[in-house]
Design a protein around this ligand. Structure first.
Ligand SMILES: NC(=O)C1=CN([C@@H]2O[C@H](COP(=O)(O)OP(=O)(O)OC[C@H]3O[C@@H](n4cnc5c(N)ncnc54)[C@H](OP(=O)(O)O)[C@@H]3O)[C@@H](O)[C@H]2O)C=CC1
Ligand SMILES: CC(C)(CO)C(=O)C(=O)O
Length: 323
């Protein structure tokens, strides 16, 4: 991948972390970063990361652009890789269409560094002959100032091709590049098990965090019935995963994931949806819970608790547009 080119779309917390990682492997002049609100700061100073895992004051200077079109024009040809690191709160089909000037049909590898379920679908539909790489991201990182990211010591990526029947080489090669830059990477033949394993957490705890404004531990302390309510919703997500044919998502895994929340009593962790909610920003409602509920309906899985959680968080999201 050394001489290859990469376009990063969505240069917030996750985009900046993995631009930095790739800058160890690719020439910085071959890495283009589409920046919006942090365009001025990134153009002037590049990206800066303070990480408990990797060190303080880390920097990299990709080619900063304001749009995908500008990137394609400056680069003069399509990119070998596109990393999509936006939140999937906007219409994903619009985001997929937006990539077009930078994509060589059939060859540009499009990697989605995003939370949620079925986030790959729009990209696979828009670019049916391109390799799509699904990336499940475990980090805790925040853009604390324009183009400056704070990252704790958690970092783990799970990669796989989408659909899982597609050739695994693109995911393996991107995995090798990220690992050689210092990321912790596991490449899977079927990454959907990892996606759904994380969805057990995100589909339940992100909406709970946004609606209650509590960390997971504090939610669990709020009532004797809180743990059972969370378990029921996580089990509903697991049942949908199984109905979709995803292996390894059983109630034992639900208990292992729930144990992490329980261990964080009495305060715990607030999820990304909480931070979007308090800022009144659009939340990743469809990707994180809406698509899960929809798949449940398609497969006729009864999910009364998860559906109620979805309706509540969707209404909260709508309130940001009207208030
Ligand atoms: N941060 C974390 O710890 C984790 C995040 N994730 C997931 O990773 C994904 C990215 O999250 P994160 O990095 O935190 O999000 P951020 O909000 O920090 O960054 C998103 C970036 O995307 C940019 N963006 C949005 N739309 C566009 C667009 N149309 N064109 C160009 N840029 C755009 C935003 O620009 P602007 O500032 O102008 O809005 C922002 O810079 C999400 O799916 C999230 O759920 C997963 C695990 C952990
Ligand atoms: C669960 C967590 C914190 C993991 O990174 C996350 O994905 C989120 O907050 O959306």
């Amino acid at each position: 991948m050394g001489d290859q080119s990469c376009l990063v779309v969505g240069c917030g917390a996750v985009g900046i972390l993995y631009t930095y990682i790739l800058s160890h492997h690719l020439k910085q002049s071959n890495i283009y970063a589409v920046c919006r609100s942090n365009h001025a700061a990134a153009s002037e100073n590049g990206f800066r990361i303070d990480s408990e895992a990797w060190g303080q004051g880390l920097t990299c200077k990709p080619v900063v652009v304001g749009s995908v079109g500008e990137a394609a024009e400056k680069h003069g040809r399509a990119f070998d890789y596109i990393l999509v690191c936006t939140k999937s709160s906007a219409d994903p089909s619009q985001m997929a269409a937006m990539l077009a000037p930078a994509v060589a049909m059939g060859s540009t590898r499009i990697a989605l560094f995003q939370n949620g379920i079925a986030v790959e679908d729009c990209y696979a539909r828009a670019y049916p002959t391109n390799p799509i790489i699904s990336v499940v991201v475990y980090v805790k990182a925040t853009e604390v100032a324009k183009a400056v990211v704070e990252h704790n010591n958690v970092e783990q990526l799970h990669l796989g091709s989408y659909p899982s029947s597609a050739p695994s080489t693109p995911a393996r090669e991107l995995g090798d590049a990220l690992a050689s830059g210092g990321a912790s990477v596991t490449v899977h033949d079927d990454v959907q098990t990892e996606r759904w394993s994380k969805a057990l957490i995100n589909s339940v705890w992100n909406p709970l965090s946004a609606l209650t404004r509590l960390g997971d531990g504090a939610f669990l302390m709020s009532d004797d019935g809180a743990e059972e309510a969370a378990r029921v919703m996580m089990r509903e997500t697991a049942a949908i995963a199984r109905a979709c044919g995803v292996a390894g998502i059983d109630d034992e895994l639900v208990e292992r994931q729930l144990a992490r929340n329980v261990a964080r009593k009495p305060v715990g962790q607030k999820m990304s949806m909480y931070f979007d909610a308090v800022a009144g920003r659009p939340m990743e409602v469809d990707a994180i819970i809406g698509n899960v509920v929809q798949l449940g309906e398609q497969h006729k899985v009864p999910t009364p608790s998860l559906k109620l959680l979805y309706l509540l968080v969707k209404a909260l999201n709508n309130s940001f547009a009207v208030s």
